[in-house]
Design a protein around this ligand. Structure first.
Ligand code: NAD
Length: 275
């Protein structure tokens, strides 16, 4: 499987399909990420709060894959905002990952709105200048929060937000597009909380002879979004990666677009609530 790449607004390229490790048990992470790398994934999405950066780092180290063939993202947790704390937290993440830089560093959540997001974001730009992260972005900054970051004049390369067929985040996506900010869709499969096989996605999958998860991922890829579905199971890791080979017709894409329920389709936390 050839994994497509996208170009970010800072000129860097990112594998459009990666592997996410939210809720991957820290004790199992080295093995599971090793399996993902063996399956062919080269983009791993973790976060300090997942407590599994060390396992990700060990899997990277033992893989022997050249560093420049990997794309590694981690995220700053909410209690580490402000210039000094952000610098310290970034250092801790790099230490745990065993890396001298990450490819993408994200502010994990916008709330609580304590004013330090701006200072933190300006520090992110410094960390990028210093080479500790190649690209910088935000996460969970929907249309209510993205303007505050844009006011600094520092444009995020990506915005990582909950997005799947019944929750399509049209306002955030439109605002991001105006600034050439790529959307990373978290929970791309609905986190296993929505039975998409019982929707038109299941019908399309049956007709194409692929799985509902592959149809859903192909729909994201066709829209130019970045995805990193999570699975602990090697057969699903391979299945999800093979979604890059699935092509949907314009009619099929329109049918999935029609599943949007707006905010009612959200399955996880609202960024406006403190996390
Ligand atoms: P997801 O939509 O990727 O769903 C994962 C679940 O879907 C799995 O646990 C499994 O139950 C099921 N699944 C996976 N592959 C399947 C397949 N082929 N067939 C059937 N079921 C399948 O949800 P996620 O893990 O929450 O999101 C992906 C990644 O996004 C995370 O691992 C993490 O890296 C990131 N994320 C970020 C945030 C954030 O706040 N920035 C929040 C949640 C997740």
């Amino acid at each position: 499987t050839t994994i497509p790449t996208l170009q970010l607004n800072d000129g860097r390229s990112i594998p459009q399909l990666g592997f996410g490790v939210f809720k991957v048990d820290p004790a199992e992470t080295e093995r599971i990420v090793t399996e993902a790398l063996e399956a062919g994934y080269r983009h791993i999405d973790t976060a300090a709060i997942y407590r599994n950066e060390e396992g990700v780092g060990r899997a990277i180290a033992r893989s022997g894959i050249p560093r420049d063939e990997l794309f590694i993202t981690t995220k700053l947790w909410n209690d580490r905002r402000g210039a000094a704390e952000t610098r310290a937290a970034m250092g801790e993440s790099l230490e745990k990952l065993g890396l001298d830089h990450v490819d993408l560093y994200l502010i994990h959540w916008p709330a609580p709105p304590n004013g330090s997001v701006v200072e933190t974001w300006e520090t992110f730009a410094e960390l990028r200048s210093e080479g500790l992260t190649t690209s910088i972005g935000v996460s969970n900054f929907d249309e209510r929060f993205l303007p505050g970051v844009l006011e600094t004049g520092i444009v995020p390369a990506v915005d990582q937000i909950e997005l799947h067929p019944q929750f399509q985040q049209r306002a955030a996506t439109a605002l991001a597009a105006e600034h050439d900010i790529k959307i990373e869709a978290w929970g791309p499969l609905g986190q296993g909380k929505v039975d998409y096989s019982a929707t038109v996605i299941g019908e399309i999958a049956e007709r194409l002879g692929v799985s509902w998860a592959q149809v859903t991922l192909a729909w994201h890829l066709a829209a130019g979004r970045i995805v990193f579905p999570k699975s602990n199971r090697p057969e699903r890791m391979a299945e999800n990666l093979a979604a890059a080979e699935v092509t949907l017709s314009a009619d099929d894409i329109a049918a999935i677009d029609a599943l949007d329920q707006g905010a009612a389709g959200r399955v996880s936390a609202d960024p406006a609530d403190a996390n």
